[in-house]
Ligand binder design. Structure first.
Ligand code: XMP
Length: 319
């Protein structure tokens, strides 16, 4: 019944009433929810909003620059970009257990975000892109009905001593409404309709220990895969697609020589709720083309496989 235009108008009025002339901090991830929240709050209070974007070095190819282009350059939003790649790589060195990796990445996020927030000592509000399904999910978690097998993390709240009040302008909206609002406010279509990306990023798509070399290989393979899915029109029919880096080497042959290089696995799933999922039947011809491009164009990879596992028993991510 509500049009995106009305939702925006209403939210803008409410945000202005709530925060008055106070400053607001928001952790921008580049995902749909935090992007729409930032855009909406910026529309309401402009320069009173300060976004903190932690670049953890585990983002997709060019993603950090895209976030800065969209928000800082095009929309004139205040964005502090924290280049924290080395801190995350150092923190993850030698760690291969998936749950430990998640905890380290989540912990560093919070630490870095707090450090930045502490510098903005006159801020009174912490804005988050919480949407209605998140509200229900965490209510479920409190009643013991938590259904996530892996410890999912996103930027959490701040410690009590910072005494920030929470501003959650998307709290009553479903995902499709959030997307409609984002499009109405002029966010790029590709950003609004992008597949979900986990908080720990490529950290859970590089199996075992995370190394910069692996992340660079994975970013390039993933970019080719996604580019081909857009080009062939499959992207919008798939719920989530990504490449995974397998730190095993296998033998190959290139020209006259023998190669001994890494493996990339491709994943694409169809799902309504991400609780169960089926693998997406990409046509053989597309698979052949994508595999050929990755092996030819990404140095360090000589083998590509396609994941044909459903959830359950497999999960969508490999870690
Ligand atoms: P799984 O692998 O559990 O993933 O089948 C279900 C959905 O959740 C996403 N996912 C995460 N999202 N933090 C997030 O914000 C996480 O730690 C995390 N782990 C998985 C996954 O990408 C899929 O969409």
């Amino acid at each position: 019944q509500w049009t995106p235009g009305q939702i925006i108008e209403d939210a803008v009025i409410r945000i202005r009433e709530q925060v008055g002339t106070d400053k607001v901090i928001l952790g921008l991830s580049g995902g749909v929810d935090s992007s729409v929240a930032a855009t909406l709050i910026h529309r309401a209070i402009g320069d009173q909003l300060i976004c903190v974007f932690v670049d953890n070095g585990l983002l997709r190819l060019g993603e950090g620059d895209q976030v800065m282009d969209t928000f800082a350059e095009n929309m004139g939003v205040n964005v502090i970009r924290v280049d924290a790649e080395q801190r995350f790589l150092d923190g993850l060195a030698g760690v291969s257990d998936p749950e430990k990796k998640r905890k380290i990445i989540g912990g560093l996020f919070v630490d870095i975000f707090e450090e930045e927030a502490a510098k903005l000592s006159d801020a009174k509000w912490l804005a988050q892109g919480t949407i209605y399904p998140d509200v229900i999910e965490s209510a479920g978690a409190k009643t013991g009905k938590a259904h996530n097998i892996k410890s999912h993390h996103n930027v959490g709240g701040l410690p009590d001593y910072m005494k920030l009040s929470l501003l959650e302008p998307l709290r009553e909206l479903f995902k499709d409404e959030v997307r409609a609002v984002g499009e109405e406010m002029g966010l790029p279509h590709a950003m609004v309709w992008r597949h979900p990306f986990p908080g720990p990023g490529l950290g859970v798509r590089i199996l075992g220990e995370v190394k910069k070399e692996y992340a660079d290989i994975l970013r390039r393979a993933d970019a080719i895969y996604i580019e081909e899915l857009y080009r062939t029109g499959h992207y919008d029919k798939i719920s989530q697609a990504f490449a995974v880096f397998l730190p095993v080497k296998s033998v190959g042959v290139m020209g006259d020589g023998r190669t001994y290089e890494y493996v990339i696995a491709l994943r694409a799933v169809e799902t309504k709720d991400f609780m169960t999922a089926g693998w997406y039947p990409l046509p053989y011809a597309e698979l052949a083309h994508i595999s050929g491009r990755i092996i030819n164009e990404v140095k360090g990879v000589n083998r590509v496989t396609y994941d044909i596992s459903s959830k359950p028993p497999a999960t969508i991510e490999w870690e």
